[in-house]
Unconditional design. Structure first.
Length: 434
C-alpha cells in the first residue's frame, strides 16, 4: 500500500510486520494497553461509536452501534467473530492486511473483545488463503507466548484468546449467519433473522461480527482518539477506506484513501495508472461485483458512501473492478451472473432458480440465440428475486445484471441483433474470485 496510509500501515523499513518484536517496536499493542488500563468497557465502546467507523465488509453498518447491541447481562459467554472470508469478486484488501501486518488485526480483535466482555474470538478465514492462514496462526502463537492473549492479557484481569478457523471456500459463508453455521460445524446456509447475532449468534450466544479491515482500524482509533478518526473523511463517511482495484488498469492493487478526498477518476488514472495507450474508461463496479455498474458519467464522483449512493451505486467492500473500452459488458455481466448462480447455497427458491435463469438468458444472448424480449424478461426475473430471500446474495447478485441491462442496453441490443458478442472480457479472469 502507498506511504500515505495512516491506518493500515503494512511495513516498517520495507519489512512486513509478521514478527511480534517488529510490531512492538513500531508501537504495536500500546492501544490495547491503553484500553485495558485506562478505559472501562463502556468507554471503549463509546470510542468506537464516536469515531463513526462503519463496517468495511460491504453493509457499512456502524461498528460501534453494533458493539453496543451486545447485552451486558447475558448468562452466556460473548464472542468476537472476525470475517476473513473475503470472497467478494475483486476484493483482496483483507488478504494484504493479514499477510503483512497480522498483529494489527489481532490487537483490534482483542480490543473489541475487551469492549464487549468477550471470552474468545474466532477468525473465519477463506479456505484459499492458505499462506495468510499460516501467517496469522504464527502471529496468534507469538501473541499468546508474549502475554497478549490467554489468561491475564498484558497483566490485566482480562482473559481472552483467538482461534483460527479455515473455511472451505464457500462464498455464502461471507454472510454472517451462514458463517456462524459453518463455525458450528453445520452446512453454511443463512439463518432467519431475528434473532440477530448480537443477541443469539455463535452457539446462541451474543456475538460481534466484523471483517478484517474494520477490526484492524480499532488500534489507531484507541491510540489517536475517536475525534482524530472522525476528523478524516465526511460526516457520514469517516476515516479511510482501502480500495482494491483490478481489471484493465496498469497498476492494480490496494490503495488506502481518506473518504471523500479522492474521486473515481483519480483512483483509476492517478493511482492505478489508467489504461493501455488508445484505451479509455468504459465501466466500473466500484464496490465489488455485487453493486450497480457505472459508466464514465461517474468518474468525478468522490469515493464515499453518500456520494456513490447519489449516482446510483454503493461503496460496498470497495473491490473496484474496472473495464476499458476493449472489453464486453455483455460477457462480463454473464461472468458475474455465473458466479452468483454457482455460489448460491440453494436454500431459497427465488435465489436458487432465479440466478440459474439469469445466467441462461445471458448465455443465449452471448451465444447468438438471444431475443429482444429477453431484456424485459431479465427485468421481470430481477423483480421476482429481490426481497424474497433470507440473505443478501440474491438481492445484491442481481444488481450488476439489472444495472448493466439498464445502463448499457445498447450493447445488449447489438449482441442480440448481431448474433452474439465475440469480444472478450479478460479483466474478469483476474477479478472474479478475489
Amino acid at each position: 500500500m502507498p506511504e500515505r496510509n495512516v491506518i493500515y500501515r503494512q511495513r516498517v523499513a520495507g519489512r512486513p510486520l509478521t514478527e511480534l518484536g517488529d510490531y512492538r517496536r513500531a508501537g504495536g499493542y500500546e492501544s490495547l494497553r491503553k484500553a485495558l488500563h485506562e478505559l472501562d468497557r463502556d468507554e471503549a465502546v463509546y470510542q468506537f461509536v464516536r469515531s463513526g467507523l462503519r463496517g468495511r465488509g460491504g453493509a457499512a453498518f456502524p461498528m460501534g452501534r453494533k458493539a453496543s447491541f451486545i447485552p451486558k447481562d447475558s448468562a452466556l459467554p460473548a464472542y468476537v467473530v472476525c470475517n476473513a472470508d473475503e470472497s467478494e469478486p475483486g476484493t483482496f484488501k483483507d488478504r494484504e492486511i493479514m499477510q503483512d501486518n497480522p498483529f494489527q488485526l489481532l490487537e483490534g480483535i482483542t480490543i473489541a473483545g475487551y469492549a464487549i466482555g468477550a471470552v474468545r474470538s474466532y477468525i473465519y478465514i477463506r479456505g484459499e488463503y492458505e499462506h495468510q492462514a499460516r501467517i496469522v496462526e504464527s502471529a496468534v502463537a507469538q501473541a499468546r507466548a508474549g502475554g497478549m492473549l490467554g489468561r491475564g492479557v498484558m497483566g490485566s484481569s482480562f482473559d481472552f484468546d483467538i482461534t483460527l478457523y479455515r473455511g472451505a471456500g464457500a462464498y455464502i459463508c461471507g454472510e454472517e449467519t451462514a458463517m456462524l453455521e459453518s463455525l458450528e460445524g453445520k452446512r453454511g446456509q443463512p439463518r432467519l433473522k431475528p434473532p440477530f447475532p448480537a443477541v443469539a449468534g455463535l452457539y446462541a450466544s451474543p456475538t460481534l461480527i466484523n471483517n478484517v479491515e474494520t477490526l484492524a482500524a480499532l488500534p489507531p482509533i484507541i491510540e489517536q482518539g475517536a475525534d482524530w478518526y472522525a476528523g478524516m473523511g465526511t460526516e457520514q463517511s469517516t476515516g479511510t477506506k482501502v480500495f482494491s482495484i483490478s481489471g484493465h488498469v496498469l497498476r492494480p492493487g490496494n490503495y488506502e484513501i481518506v473518504m471523500g478526498d479522492t474521486t473515481l477518476r483519480e483512483l483509476v488514472y492517478d493511482m492505478a495508472g489508467g489504461f493501455r495507450p488508445g484505451r479509455d474508461f468504459a465501466a466500473a463496479w466500484v464496490g465489488g461485483s455485487s453493486v450497480n455498474v457505472v459508466g464514465p458519467e461517474a468518474l468525478d464522483t468522490p469515493l464515499d458512501y453518500e456520494s456513490l449512493a447519489a449516482v446510483g451505486t454503493s461503496l460496498g467492500c470497495a473491490g473496484c473492478i474496472v473495464m476499458d473500452d476493449s472489453g464486453s459488458i455483455v460477457r462480463s455481466t454473464l461472468r458475474l451472473a455465473h458466479f452468483y448462480r454457482h455460489e448460491s447455497c440453494g436454500k431459497c427458491t427465488p435465489c436458487r432458480e432465479g440466478t440459474l435463469w439469469l445466467e441462461r438468458i445471458l448465455q443465449r444472448i452471448v451465444d447468438g440465440e438471444g431475443r429482444m424480449e429477453d431484456l424485459d424478461l431479465i427485468e421481470q426475473l430481477g423483480g421476482r428475486i429481490g426481497g424474497r430471500v433470507l440473505c443478501a446474495l440474491a438481492d445484491t447478485g442481481i444488481l450488476p445484471v439489472l444495472s448493466a441491462v439498464r445502463r448499457f442496453r445498447d450493447d445488449f441490443v447489438r449482441a442480440i441483433e448481431n448474433g452474439g458478442d465475440p469480444r472478450p472480457e479478460p479483466m474478469m479472469e483476474v477479478a472474479v474470485g478475489g
